[in-house]
Design a protein around this ligand. Structure first.
Ligand code: MN
Ligand code: MN
Length: 480
């Protein structure tokens, strides 16, 4: 008799596959994804600047019952569940919902930035060459200059007049508005430049935006100004806005791509739009805290901030004390007696998702990609343990313990997520606000939507990823 065959059970090995998340979503979730992305497309179409993103974020918060902390009497202690906001110069916004536990136990935070690469007008911007009038610009953030040529452009900004009155400008996005443009050389004459390095061909100083070409009318002419097209522009600005040339010294004029964000692809599985770095995460951050259910144990907070693209410096950037001051305010408004140590403990015991975008693997540029470790489109929100350049330089490398916590939260809430690095080891790298919050000792990890063509005038994001950012931030808020 033959020995009984041992019924050997095959050991199962769990392989972690990176795959698109569509099949993991229910019909209800797919419908919610669609509705969410439509709302998002409206948001980025409107929010072309950090000020406008701030304003729309504030509108959403106020509609959900957030109150201005500065307007609540100081002696009144905030009860658990209370929703408050603080605005920083109209460019950075802090939202919080008070938890049941003392602030010292830490906050549950999500933070995104709402500034995006663009062209800023110089303080003395209007110039003329030949009969063409230009706005002279100094670009903001990391751009590839050639991408900004021949695009329809819009102008946004605020100008303070001599008497201190504020004038808001928005030209180029309403149907009847004119648009603006930077001209490029026709191929017929462009024989030498293709053989030169890009950096030499496209220089920052030459990014001049055409705003007019017609000299002033005879009856408006004056002898003191020899540049007649510039004179027409100045006359127009005076008539339409009451602005004189010196007013540009106290102005912020931003030139951005004109036109709406759009769904992209026959399957509408992507969104093409300007400023998705990082307004895609900012929108999810605000929606996340607005929609988070219940009164949390630990206080929930959201921040959408300015100046990330130029190093987070300045009073509205995350390198300022705005977050620290906001947490101090919350401590002062929730405890009978304020103490400095409570603020420090609150910050140190916090956990935070630094909600910023990452780069997607792009098959067209696979030579700089690390395919197994790059995020892929519509495979979910990206957890980025570290960013950093060449040897993780300058990176806030998240702790495994915290990665584990976040991973568990996402898995329990059915969030479709993936991990991602920013390109090949010796090639990639970038910065976010993570390190600026990590310095308080809190747990921080970068967690956001992957993009194709990041920092281009029109960036691409997958709709599943866009929706999953919201789901992830909401789950993070609701986990405590
Ligand atoms: Mn970013
Ligand atoms: Mn960026």
């Amino acid at each position: 008799m033959a020995p009984k065959k041992e019924n050997k059970k095959k050991e199962s090995v769990k392989v972690w596959k990176r795959e698109q998340g569509w099949d993991k979503l229910s019909k209800k979730e797919l419908a919610e994804l669609d509705a969410y992305c439509r709302e998002y497309v409206d948001f980025i179409t409107f929010a072309k600047t950090e000020r406008l993103a701030h304003d729309r974020g504030l509108e959403m918060a106020i509609a959900a019952g957030f109150q201005n902390l500065d307007e609540i009497p100081e002696g009144k202690l905030l009860k658990p569940g209370t929703k408050v906001y603080r605005s920083c110069h109209g460019k950075t916004l802090f939202l919080a919902q008070i938890g049941k536990q003392p602030l010292e136990k830490g906050l549950i935070m999500v933070g995104a930035h709402i500034d995006s690469p663009r062209l800023d007008a110089k303080p003395n911007p209007i110039c003329q060459d030949d009969s063409i009038a230009y706005i002279d610009t100094h670009y903001y953030g990391g751009i590839k200059k050639y991408q900004w040529y021949t695009l329809p452009l819009a102008i946004y900004g605020v100008v303070f007049k001599r008497n201190g009155e504020r004038v808001d400008i928005a030209i180029g996005d309403k149907p009847d508005d004119p648009v603006f443009n930077i001209s490029d050389l026709l191929p017929h004459l462009d024989h030498d430049r293709p053989n030169q390095p890009l950096s030499k061909v496209f220089n920052g100083e030459a990014l001049n935006v055409i705003i007019a070409s017609r000299p002033v009318d005879k009856e408006d002419d004056c002898k003191e100004v020899s540049e007649k097209t510039k004179l027409r522009v100045l006359k127009y600005l005076e008539k339409k806005y009451g602005i004189e040339e010196e007013d540009f010294a106290s102005a912020e004029i931003e030139i951005v791509p004109a036109g709406s964000a759009r769904f992209m692809g026959l399957d509408r599985s992507m969104v093409l739009g300007y400023g998705q770095d990082d307004r895609v995460c900012a929108f999810g951050t605000v929606k996340g805290i607005v929609d988070a259910q219940g009164i949390p144990n630990r206080t929930r907070a959201a921040v959408i901030c300015d100046k990330e693209e130029i190093g987070s410096y300045g009073s509205t950037g995350m390198d300022s004390t705005f977050i620290e001051n906001s947490v101090a305010e919350l401590v002062a408004r929730t405890c009978k007696s304020y103490s400095e140590i409570a603020v420090r403990r609150a910050l140190e015991n916090s956990m935070m998702l630094s909600s910023d975008v990452n780069s997607l693997h792009d098959p067209l540029f696979a030579d700089v990609s690390s395919p197994h470790n790059m995020a892929k489109i519509n495979c979910g929100i990206v957890l980025t343990k570290y960013t950093g350049a060449r040897g993780k330089g300058g990176s806030s490398d998240a702790n495994a313990e915290f990665m584990s916590q976040v991973r568990t939260i996402f898995n329990n809430a059915g969030v479709v997520w993936q991990v991602g690095e920013l390109g090949k080891v010796d090639v990639g790298g970038g910065g976010t606000i993570a390190h600026l919050l990590a310095r308080y000792g809190m747990d921080v990890v970068d967690c956001g939507v992957g993009l194709l063509s990041m920092h281009a005038p029109h960036e691409i994001a997958g709709t599943l990823d866009i929706y999953m950012a919201y789901r992830a931030y909401k789950a993070f808020y609701e986990a405590d």
